[in-house]
Ligand binder design. Structure first.
Ligand SMILES: [Zn+2]
Length: 314
């Protein structure tokens, strides 16, 4: 399975240039992803329109309302050509690990601020996409702190600079990982766990945890829960039940620390989402760009002001 992932073809830069190297190609593609059934006027639902020659703006033949290709999407109000966005999407989705805003800046030839904004917006798309897809089946669940030791003496009472998050991996009958999500929470309390489970797990899932008391709250979301008390020592991580969730926790820490010198803690949810998004689509490298663009066209605008604020938990 590992080899299948590592040696798949992916989407080369020359293929990218062939398909999306020109602005007109990107516009055409985005138009199709945004309106797969044909253009629909947001005002009157009319489908007959004419395209302005100079900009990617469409005018309804019935009510004359003008609507741009990017308004109402994550690309809204951008001054950059779509080719720059598409290249960013290509680079971010084909990269093996995270790509920092600094490397993105160099490869796109834009300012650091612009590269940072593009990256945060695309990570936001990834987050919203995976947040809308709950995990199901057998789920390994564990509690983690970002910025501190995983298993300290004061479990559940992290210092203020440690960010608590949940790591959940769904596995198949053979114990192979299918998908995962990692979400920052406001502490490991029953209420928080119940809220998280309702949003991120299908009812009827079977949750396996190490028995931290609050995890029983997943039953509030209709899940079954098996808590395996491990004693909490370092030997507990080798328990087969938690193999994947533990592997993913070390991988995400290594990946984020390796790709980024320091990340602002308030943006941690997006970095976690980027890691999970890539993992969840590891078998479909060739389709990464169309898939992300399709969702980007459905993700509401995210002004820089909002982007710089702390991410909502959950
Ligand atoms: Zn109209």
């Amino acid at each position: 399975m590992k080899n299948k992932v590592q040696f798949q073809k992916g989407f080369s830069l020359s293929e990218f240039m062939k398909h999306y190297g020109a602005e007109a190609q990107c516009r055409k593609a985005l138009f199709q992803w945004r309106w797969p059934e044909g253009y629909v006027c947001p005002e009157c639902r009319g489908s007959s329109y004419c395209a302005l020659k100079t900009r990617a703006v469409y005018q309804c033949n019935r009510c004359h309302h003008q609507h741009s290709l990017i308004s109402g999407t994550i690309f809204s109000a951008t001054k950059l050509p779509l080719t720059t966005w598409f290249l960013a999407i290509h680079l971010l989705t084909q990269a093996k690990t995270g790509l920092s805003a600094l490397s993105l800046r160099r490869q796109l030839g834009v300012s650091y601020n612009t590269a940072w904004g593009i990256k945060q917006k695309l990570m936001q798309v990834m987050k919203e996409r995976d947040d809308s897809k709950p995990l199901s089946g057998i789920i390994q669940l564990d509690d983690v702190y970002w910025g501190g030791e995983r298993r300290g003496g004061k479990r559940g009472r992290g210092s203020p600079n440690k960010i608590p998050f949940l790591a959940a991996v769904s596995v198949n009958e053979k114990g192979h990982p299918i998908a995962m999500n990692m979400n920052v929470v406001n502490g490991f309390r029953s209420k928080e766990i119940a809220k998280w489970a309702k949003r991120h797990l299908d009812a009827d899932s079977l949750v396996v945890s190490d028995g931290l008391a609050c995890f029983a709250a997943v039953t509030d979301a209709g899940c079954q829960h098996i808590g395996i008390v491990t004693g909490g020592g370092p030997e507990s991580v080798s328990l087969e039940t938690f193999t994947w969730v533990n592997t993913m926790i070390s991988n995400v820490k290594r990946s984020i620390n390796g790709a980024y010198h320091a990340i602002n803690h308030k943006h941690l949810p997006r970095y976690l989402a980027e890691f999970c998004y890539r993992f969840n689509r590891r078998f479909v490298l060739e389709d990464m760009l169309p898939r992300l663009c399709y969702v980007a066209a459905r993700t509401p605008p995210m002004p820089m002001r909002l982007l710089k604020m702390a991410e909502f938990h959950g």
